[in-house]
Ligand binder design. Structure first.
Ligand code: CO
Length: 157
């Protein structure tokens, strides 16, 4: 496994639409493992492949219950709304102050994806997991939380 460098807002690649994975080969497995390591090292709760410069529909999430790997994830259903406060590894602090945003996200989401074995999996998420699923899947469409934020917060941590 290896750490990969994280693209920062302003990098055009973050604004591109990622392509579906057609074959889960060694490159994809290495990508998943590198992304998990990179996310953990950066204390993130999620990372999408375009953030490490790869325009493929691959996401890793860890909200504290272990790493979830998602290939070609799709939001199938959502319920409710909730105001979240979120940040992103691609939106670094400004003058030492974290950049976060208030975003309206679903209370509950159902996501369908493939795991590394090519099996179809379904994940239901509420609270932080629901937010992380939506936030990471947005990255695959070139969308950052700052696009959706109803308010940006730039406070000292
Ligand atoms: Co992000």
């Amino acid at each position: 496994m290896a750490l990969r460098s994280i693209r920062i807002e302003g990098d055009e690649l973050l604004r591109k639409i990622s392509k579906p994975v057609e074959e889960i080969n060694d490159h994809i497995i290495t990508l998943l493992e590198d992304m998990a390591e990179t996310m953990t090292e950066a204390n993130g709760v999620g990372l999408a492949a375009p953030q490490v410069g790869v325009l493929k529909r691959v996401v890793v999430i860890d909200v504290g219950d272990g790493v979830i790997e998602l290939i070609n994830p799709q939001i199938m259903e959502t319920k409710g709304e909730r105001k979240t406060v979120e940040g992103c590894l691609s939106v670094p602090p400004i003058n030492g102050a974290m950049v976060q945003g208030e975003v309206i996200r679903p209370q509950w989401v159902l996501v369908k994806a493939l795991n590394r074995f090519g099996e179809e999996i379904a994940i239901e998420g509420t609270e932080l997991l629901a937010t992380a699923l939506c936030h990471e899947i947005d990255h695959l469409e070139g969308i950052l939380f700052i696009d959706k934020a109803i308010r940006i917060i730039n406070d000292e941590e």
